[in-house]
Design a protein around this ligand. Structure first.
Ligand SMILES: Nc1nc2c(c(=O)[nH]1)N[C@H]1C(S)=C(S)[C@@H](COP(=O)(O)O)O[C@H]1N2
Ligand SMILES: [Mo]
Length: 234
């Protein structure tokens, strides 16, 4: 038995296994979609010497990495054993972003931007972990729009809300500007580590654990209806 066959006892604190992997998120993003889901392009900006845009061809020069990992939404559902394929964020950063954009030496906060207007931040150190990917494939197929085409962040040690879909921008910020970024949700935790149950800020995790599950059915429904509407548009 591999680690990934582990039973429910091995789920992180407060999580429940989900049979399926729904399109999900913060309600206001349900009806927003990437403008150009085929265009793989990441702009690197912020406190850098030279702002640059890194295109799909450059990404394709990085070593491809396949990985099986669990996905943990803060509302308590977990989808186990997803097969992702893509590039390590660390390789993207060290082999492309750093040498081309020359970030300031003390730029340690990364603000991530998505094509649908969603954004999030994580410490650079968290993103350099080996299991953090820029994924363009899921379960052996090109990443679908529902799960973040053309490219999404996969950070399995962090709650789903840090796993940006439709990623298009990476900004390096110096520490002294970090406090200015909150994220799309007013309760977003700056790190949101699953094992430490950093579900949010301001409200204790044990309360969020009980309140959030009520949101799951309506949010699943909203995101499914929005996707169906997009797919059937003339
Ligand atoms: N661009 C973008 N990324 C996003 C979101 C979003 O609304 N837009 N929602 C986040 C949340 S809260 C979750 S749980 C996951 C859901 O990913 P999925 O739709 O692939 O299940 O995406 C995260 N990344
Ligand atoms: Mo989420």
């Amino acid at each position: 038995m591999s680690d990934h066959d582990a039973g429910p006892g091995n789920l992180p604190p407060g999580q429940i296994e989900s049979e399926d992997f729904p399109r999900f998120g913060l309600g206001k993003f349900a009806f927003r979609f990437p403008e150009d889901p085929a265009n793989v392009e990441i702009s690197v900006r912020g406190d850098v010497g030279t702002p640059v845009t890194i295109r799909g061809e450059a990404l394709a020069s990085l070593p491809r990495h396949d990985q099986v990992s669990d996905f943990h939404c803060v509302t308590t559902w977990t989808k186990r054993s997803l097969h992702w394929s893509g590039f390590r964020f660390r390789d993207f950063y060290e082999m492309l972003a750093e040498p081309r954009a020359h970030p300031d030496a003390d730029a340690s906060l990364v603000v991530l931007r998505a094509q649908d207007g969603y954004d999030q931040s994580l410490p650079l150190g968290d993103l350099l972990a080996p299991e953090v990917l820029l994924a363009d494939r899921l379960d052996g197929r090109p990443l679908p729009i529902a799960h973040g085409a053309p490219l999404r962040l996969v950070a399995p040690a962090h709650y789903g809300y840090k796993n940006l879909k439709h990623l298009c921008g990476v900004e390096l910020w110096r520490d002294d500007r970090a406090y200015r970024f909150a994220g799309p949700g007013f309760m977003d935790h700056p790190r949101a580590r699953v094992e430490l149950e950093e579900r949010g800020k301001g409200v204790p995790a044990w309360i969020l654990r009980r309140v959030y599950p009520a949101l799951v059915p309506p949010v699943r429904w909203l995101f499914r209806v929005a996707l169906e509407r997009r797919q059937t548009r003339p």
